[in-house]
Design a protein around this ligand. Structure first.
Ligand SMILES: C[S@@+](CC[C@H](N)C(=O)[O-])C[C@H]1O[C@@H](n2cnc3c(N)ncnc32)[C@H](O)[C@@H]1O
Length: 218
């Protein structure tokens, strides 16, 4: 098997993408590969939109060692656990989630990951977590008709100058009657008014009617 770095902290092991486990011996239910004395966690594109976007060939992935991230819709922390591997203990993830059940699962799942802070709040109301510091990256994965507006509002409140945002867009949540391609175009237009688009990919066959956008503040 060959190891190749595709982005800082993201590797191709054979034909699977993976991150180096920050908490050796601890995993969710993902496959673990031991390679060259190190433990890697396979990042399944069918279970994570960020992994699907990397597999679909995005050229920009702004999460790095030491990054500070605001994660909107962190759920139980599956994708966030890979971000946690990449940023290491010098970085931090502020994870916003409004489901009490998901937050309690997140707290248990991430008890050994001290770089994840869970925040039970509604991402539509950034004023409720205004104590969060400025971040390098805002990542959003919420299924909400207003999901682009929610991203932009949070970027305005928390994103550093020259910071990045990534969003997984679920067309059916925005407008179930509209052609997904039209939903994606309208979302891109909204984002373009405020940010520079760096990457745009659809996530099929991993997620039907989803797109993923990477952008940078203007
Ligand atoms: C698709 S799941 C996220 C999966 C997660 N990002 C991952 O890849 O591991 C979407 C999550 O967003 C949460 N959510 C939806 N709307 C929200 C809002 N307005 N504020 C906070 N969380 C929200 C849902 O409760 C759900 O847990």
């Amino acid at each position: 098997m060959k190891l190749k770095q595709v982005f800082e902290g993201v590797f191709l092991l054979g034909d699977q993408i993976a991150t180096k486990n920050l908490i050796k011996g601890r995993s969710y239910s993902e496959k673990i590969i031991n390679f060259d004395g190190k433990e890697y966690r396979v990042w399944n594109p069918e279970k994570s939109k960020a992994a699907a976007a990397i597999t679909k060939g995005i050229k920009n992935f702004p999460i790095k060692k030491g990054s500070k991230i605001l994660y909107l819709g962190i759920a139980q922390g599956q994708t966030a656990s890979y971000f946690s591997d990449i940023i290491g203990n010098d970085g931090i993830i502020y994870g916003v989630e409004f489901s009490a059940r998901a937050v309690s699962d997140l707290v248990i799942a991430c008890e050994n990951r001290s770089n994840i802070v869970s925040i039970k709040a509604d991402a539509r109301k950034p004023e409720d977590y205004s104590w969060v510091e400025k971040v390098d990256v805002v990542y959003e994965d919420v299924a909400d008709p207003e999901q682009v507006a929610i991203l932009l509002r949070n970027c305005e409140a928390f994103l550093k100058k020259d910071g990045y945002a990534m969003i997984g867009i679920k067309a059916r949540s925005i407008d179930v009657t509209m052609d997904p391609k039209k939903v994606f175009q309208e979302s891109l237009e909204m984002i373009k008014n405020k940010m520079e688009i760096l990457d745009y990919v659809t996530l099929d066959p991993y997620e039907a009617d989803h797109a993923f956008i990477v952008c940078r503040s203007k």
